[in-house]
Design a protein around this ligand. Structure first.
Ligand code: BTN
Length: 323
């Protein structure tokens, strides 16, 4: 069954209200038995559909089925999401967004996939991106040079995801510098920001966001490291409103940073940062720095007092709390 036919049928159906079977058949331009197999394929994708011989066909709930159109409906943003590319499967949304960015695609273009076959994490790691279970999304930004260096944007994005998770899913998400979102001591979201150049030689950023939403279990080494919204709340979550909220938050913070610089935006970010005041160990390249976190400065750097009393400003690395 083609994605296009399923998409069209989904757009014709409504939650709670019956649509006559004859109307559907004529609008989709199919036979009754073709309609039956379309509905079966949709059920396989997670749609809950009721068929009533007298009244017609209706959706029983808002399905957790992603599409560019669903994300755009009600999206309160004017730049982020003005163009949304959705694909049921991509190797990596960051790779796709970089290809589009190199061709000159505009700022605010969003790439979303239901699954990634080669999802990428920081430090060349893989990012587990199973079908239907998370938000695998990348955003193209073309920040003005006043925002250089762009490093704090990853931290700002982590804050946008954390507040979206708090507001939409009701979980106590916090930020772990430089760009993880955690619930308790497990990771629920990672951010991979990449800088590239288009064919005209202009730099652009791709901000890749991976949020674990509906996984019920993590296997192997991920079991002790990762969590999902569903594991935390005990309920499946619909990804579309979460995506919208992340994009709305990111647009607001980004435009504020463009207007006023990072200083004001980072004030909010610090309130959700778990590491300030903690004794941490940070891997910076081949070096390990241990000490107490004093602050995160306006350039997004971790300010540490090391054990010999020196102050270190760390721009990027991987931090772990020392217990
Ligand atoms: C991390 O290591 O914490 C960063 C993970 C980033 C994963 C996201 S999922 C969407 C985008 N596409 C990718 O291939 N990676 C990022």
């Amino acid at each position: 069954m083609s994605e296009g036919t399923i998409q069209k049928t989904a757009e014709l159906l409504e939650v709670g209200c019956y649509v006559s079977t004859q109307v559907l058949i004529s609008k989709i331009d199919c036979t009754e038995s073709e309609l039956k197999s379309i509905l079966e394929s949709m059920r396989g994708q997670g749609y809950e559909i009721e068929e009533n011989p007298e009244l017609g066909i209706r959706l029983l709930s808002d399905p957790d089925v992603l599409s560019g159109r669903a994300v755009k409906t009600g999206l309160q943003a004017r730049i982020l999401g003005r163009s949304i590319l959705y694909d049921s499967s991509l190797d990596s949304t960051n790779e796709k967004a970089k290809t589009l960015g190199r061709q000159g695609d505009e700022e605010g273009t969003v790439v979303i996939a239901d699954e990634q076959t080669e999802g990428r994490g920081r430090f060349g790691r893989n990012w587990f991106s199973p079908r239907g279970e998370g938000i695998w999304m990348s955003v193209i930004l073309r920040p003005p040079s006043v925002l250089e260096p762009y490093t704090p944007l990853s931290l700002v994005t982590a804050h946008c995801v954390a507040t979206a998770l708090r507001d939409v899913a009701g979980v106590r998400a916090e930020i772990k510098w430089p760009n993880d979102v955690k619930i308790g001591d497990k990771k629920v979201c990672g951010i991979l920001t990449e800088l590239d150049k288009d064919t005209a030689g202009t730099s652009f950023l791709v901000i890749g966001i991976g949020v674990n939403v509906n996984q019920t279990v993590f296997e192997g080494e991920l079991a002790s490291l990762a969590t999902s919204v569903r594991i935390e709340t005990g309920k499946a979550a619909n990804r579309t409103p979460l995506i919208r909220k992340i994009l709305e938050n990111l647009e607001r913070s980004y435009l504020k940073a463009v207007e006023e610089g990072f200083s004001e935006v980072l004030k909010d970010v610090r309130k959700l940062c778990t590491l300030v005041g903690e004794h941490v160990s940070v891997n910076v390249g081949s070096e390990t720095v241990q000490g107490y976190v004093q602050d995160i400065d306006d350039a997004g750097r971790l300010i540490m007092r090391t054990e010999d009393g020196k102050i270190r400003e760390i721009l990027a690395g991987e931090a772990n709390t020392v217990r």
